[in-house]
Structures are given as C-alpha cells and as structure tokens.
Design a protein around this ligand. Structure first.
Ligand code: ZN
Length: 108
C-alpha cells in the first residue's frame, strides 16, 4: 500500500489543513472518538476525518478521530464494525463476523 504521492496530490492539500486546524480549535478535550468510543485528546495527534469517506466522494473533513482510528477506518467500508458499535477491537469484530459466515473482505 506504499504510495509516493504527496498529500497535495491526493487532494489533501491546503484546504484540508485549514479544515483540520478549525476542527482542532473547536475540539473539546475528552470528546469520545466516533470510531473507538474512547476520549480524544489533542496530545494524541488527532486526524481530520470525512464522515462521508473520501473514497466515496467526501471532500470536506468534518470531524476528528484518533490518528490510528482514522487509518483503521480506511475507506469507510468497515464503519459497521467499528469498536464504538461492537465493543471490541476491529480485528475481533471482523473475525467474529467471518465466523458467522459473512464475508467481510474479499479473499486475497
Ligand atoms: Zn479512536
């Protein structure tokens, strides 16, 4: 998944930086993360996220997530399995769903 593109080439340029700063300024310490449900603190390095995933046409970041949670979320296809919903880590939720016979991700 290595990419040599810069954030600007991916469309995450100046506008995104400004939007992230705006979200960070408005952030209230301890606000629960939409993805994992844990409190968020600026010192953790929060990422600006698109509730309408960019992979599906979202253009403007409108909320903050933990940096790691933002990476886990990826293109938004696993939103239903986020820890805040299932109460368990993403890997566990995916394993449980797979065990139920529901294919979560395309087999490699
Ligand atoms: Zn989180």
């Amino acid at each position: 998944m290595a990419s040599t593109k810069t954030t600007t080439q991916r469309g995450l340029g100046w506008e995104h930086q400004k939007q992230r700063e705006k979200l960070l300024r408005a952030h209230v310490e301890g606000t629960p993360c939409w993805w994992c449900g844990e409190p968020m603190y600026l010192a953790q390095g929060l990422a600006a996220d698109h509730s309408h995933a960019r992979a599906h046409g979202g253009t403007k970041a409108d909320r903050l997530l933990h940096g790691l949670c933002n990476k886990q979320r990826g293109d938004g296809s696993k939103d239903d399995l986020r820890p805040a919903v299932t109460g368990k880590p993403l890997e566990q939720a995916q394993a449980d769903q797979a065990a139920l016979g529901v294919r979560v991700m395309p087999w490699p």
